[in-house]
Design a protein around this ligand. Structure first.
Ligand code: VG1
Ligand code: CO
Length: 544
């Protein structure tokens, strides 16, 4: 079949952000826009010809169209074998699993994660490398450089490929294999967790769970694993059919966007366990009956209880968290006598630590938790980890978390997002903060003395690479802190993220609402950053 080279002009805005290239659908629908970026990926790589590429996405609007284009470009660019999920579906963690299992040179995952989908929603492209993880900065920079000078792309002239049947097709030198998106991933989960024990609980008749994939990619994985393999009652998975527009919602598992689940879990007769995941299946939210587990606490609880789970019974090599994530896991690491690494925001920064065997569990405050089983955060994995712990400990979610606070103290934590603000104003706010950093240490702000104030810089302990300006942090002498960052995943204007944390060792003080416990820091953040003035908003758009 014929391969064409189509001449094209570069776009100047194809710089990948925190997690791939994310734009509104109409941007991707511009002539040559997707093709340019995909060709830039191939142009920035060496030595992939004849090797395996994994391809799939979260099923959102434009997923199927993009997959057809990418398949034809992969053939034209000499990829040896493409493994594509049936229906174009692969969750991010499943793609990571398959890249590793099949020793692929990489994967292309189509997703804008938790951003809304549909013709007016967002779309995205992520490239993962042969370890199964998000491309590190040196790779994404090379792709961006290639996108700036691109003059043409290669594509096969061929009819569309049937994505809905498990088939193997030969196209020129390339084998295209439509694979079951769930099977390999499900096997991996079964190898890590005590399925017999979880099944005993789920079929005992006195434990109910509700899992809400928010009409996104986790649906088929959750149906198969929770209901079929583990015996949860039919209907335990709600909103489990992936829809191109996620039913019009934000596929973001938090207390605001997972409203059906939240209503159920905080209502009368709530199930024992509730969970949700995001658009591409890498995020998770865990709830007990009338009880919310913050992602930072969840990471700490998983680390403290990992020895109860077969896949982690021999202990953890170390743990890692992103800088804005609370220090709850640091206290667990200290007790276990293992290292705790602090990385910039974004899963790509955990890759080297996982590859080098220095960290086993990783997490982010943004509802991301994962381990060395793949190289992405993994929503369903976290949910199964919790179920395994519940099955062994035979306690409620709330009791387990309260016990944890009793032992380690409680890190009160909250994130305030100001979405859709003017980019120039957002940058001015950050500059205003930067200009104060030198004089803040030693100063008294309200009742607290500033211990340090800086713009977080990270030197990767494995390869020595340096990432600068990863968020402004103001730390106080009692261990509490305020962090400011601008989001790198939005597609319109800017989003300011304000992260707040304090530490309370006294268990008689563990019952407060985090917004009350953190009220003084919320006020201090306003004082130093003038958030109202710069954003023109009186309150955050989302509080998690
Ligand atoms: C956000 C989160 C970050 C996460 C990233 C990708 O980035 O804060 O922790 O890794 O999304 O998650 P930002 O730059 O907007 O703060 V996902 O589930 O979109 O792949
Ligand atoms: Co995601």
């Amino acid at each position: 079949m014929n391969v064409h080279t189509v001449s094209t002009q570069p776009f100047s805005d194809q710089k990948p952000g925190t997690s791939g290239l994310r734009k509104q659908v109409p941007v991707f629908q511009q002539r040559h826009y997707l093709e340019n970026f995909i060709q830039a990926i191939f142009n920035s790589l060496e030595d992939y010809q004849g090797k395996t590429l994994v391809l799939g996405g979260d099923g959102r609007y434009y997923n199927r169209t993009a997959i057809q284009t990418i398949l034809k470009m992969a053939v034209a660019n000499g990829v040896g074998r493409v493994l594509v999920g049936r229906g174009g579906i692969l969750s991010t963690p499943a793609a990571s699993c398959i890249i590793r299992k099949t020793r692929a040179f990489g994967g292309i995952i189509l997703s804008a994660s938790h951003n809304p989908g549909g013709p007016e929603g967002d779309f995205g492209v992520k490239f993962n490398t042969s370890n199964g993880g998000p491309a590190p900065e040196k790779v994404t920079s090379a792709i961006f450089e290639a996108s700036k000078t691109i003059q043409g792309y290669k594509i096969l002239e061929a009819p569309d490929i049937d994505l809905d049947t498990l088939l193997i097709t030969q196209l020129n030198e390339t084998t295209v294999e439509v694979i079951d998106p769930v099977a390999d991933y499900a096997d991996l989960m079964q190898s890590l967790f005590d399925f017999d024990r979880i099944r005993d609980v789920l079929t005992s008749g006195n434990f109910r769970l509700c899992m809400d994939p928010l009409h996104a990619v986790t649906g088929p994985y959750a149906h198969f694993l929770l209901e079929e393999r583990l015996g949860a009652a039919p209907g335990s998975v709600q909103n489990g059919t992936p829809l191109e527009d996620f039913g019009g919602g934000h596929p973001d598992p938090n207390l605001v966007y997972a409203h059906d689940l939240v209503e159920l879990m905080f209502g009368d007769n709530a199930p024992d366990f509730g969970a949700a995941s995001d658009g591409d299946g890498d995020r998770n939210m865990v709830l007990g009956r009338k009880f919310f587990v913050t992602p930072s606490d969840s990471l700490a609880v998983l680390a403290a209880n990992a020895h109860l789970v077969p896949g982690y019974k021999d202990g953890l090599a170390g743990v890692a968290r992103s800088m804005p994530t609370s220090a709850a896991v640091d206290r667990v690491a200290e007790k276990l006598g293992i290292n705790c690494y602090e990385t910039p925001t974004g899963w790509k920064f955990f890759g080297n630590l996982l590859d080098a065997g220095q960290a086993t569990l990783c997490g982010e405050e943004s509802f991301g938790t994962g381990s060395n089983h793949v190289r992405e955060k993994d929503g369903l994995w976290a949910i199964l980890f919790w179920l395994n712990i519940l099955a062994v400990r035979q306690q409620s979610v709330e009791d387990i978390v309260r016990d944890h606070w009793q032992t380690y103290g409680r890190n009160y934590y909250s994130r305030h997002d100001y979405e859709g603000i003017d980019s120039a104003n957002a940058n001015q706010l950050m500059e205003g903060l930067r200009s104060q950093l030198a004089r803040l240490p030693g100063q008294q702000l309200g009742n607290y003395e500033v211990d340090y104030a800086d713009d977080f810089n990270y030197t990767d302990p494995v390869d020595g690479s340096v990432s600068k300006n990863q968020g402004i942090r103001i730390g106080f002498t009692d261990g509490s802190r305020i962090v400011f960052r601008l989001s790198g995943t939005g597609t319109q204007g800017a989003t300011l993220r304000l992260y707040l944390e304090s530490y309370e060792p006294d268990s008689s003080q563990h019952g407060a609402d985090p917004q009350d416990a953190l009220a003084e820091f919320i006020a201090l953040a306003e004082e130093v950053a003038q958030i109202r003035q710069y954003t023109g908003m009186n309150a955050p758009t989302v509080i998690t």
